[in-house]
Design a protein around this ligand. Structure first.
Ligand code: HEC
Length: 131
């Protein structure tokens, strides 16, 4: 009378070649890694949006307005260009970053107040205003 094979039998006393199981098991670190990379990418893109937006709100919105239109009392007095306009958006990231760090006309220079990555994030934020 043969017993019904149990899960216990099949793992410990299997006569099948066991090479297939270690392969699936060895994929697990790769899957874990892929999942954590995706999570890290999601979190960091969120963090960049957050810090670019924060920097803009704190340092730039008084003149340039919440949405870049320059529709503030200061902005209207300074005759600001809309940051969403083609005239501004057609400039390269490097050109925008240079204006931010060195200043322009009555715009103060931010090169000492903001770090390089903060300026890069705020440039990305200016690109997002367009959409
Ligand atoms: C005191 C008011 C003021 C503040 C604060 C200010 N700006 Fe400006 N910004 C100006 C003026 C004035 C100009 C030049 C006129 C123009 O181009 O519209 C300018 C121009 C710009 C331009 C257009 C670049 C170009 O070539 O014309 C960008 C981009 C810009 N500012 C980004 C920023 C960012 C980012 C911040 C915050 C870190 C900021 N500004 C803070 C007044 C300000």
């Amino acid at each position: 009378m043969g017993r019904r094979p149990s899960a216990f039998d099949s793992t410990l006393f299997s006569t099948q070649p066991t090479t297939t199981r270690p392969i699936t098991r060895s994929l697990r670190p790769a899957i874990t890694l892929a999942v954590s990379l995706i999570l890290a990418a999601l979190i960091s893109s969120y963090a960049f949006a957050e810090s670019g937006a924060e920097t803009y709100k704190v340092h730039c919105s008084a003149c340039h307005g919440a949405h870049g239109a320059g529709d503030t009392l200061l902005g209207k007095n300074l005759n600001l260009r809309d940051l969403r306009s083609d005239a501004v958006q057609k400039e390269s990231d490097a050109e925008l970053a240079a204006v931010i760090s060195k200043g322009k006309d009555k715009m103060p220079a931010y090169g000492r107040k903001l770090s390089g990555p903060q300026i890069a994030d705020v440039v990305k934020y200016i690109r997002m205003l367009k959409k």
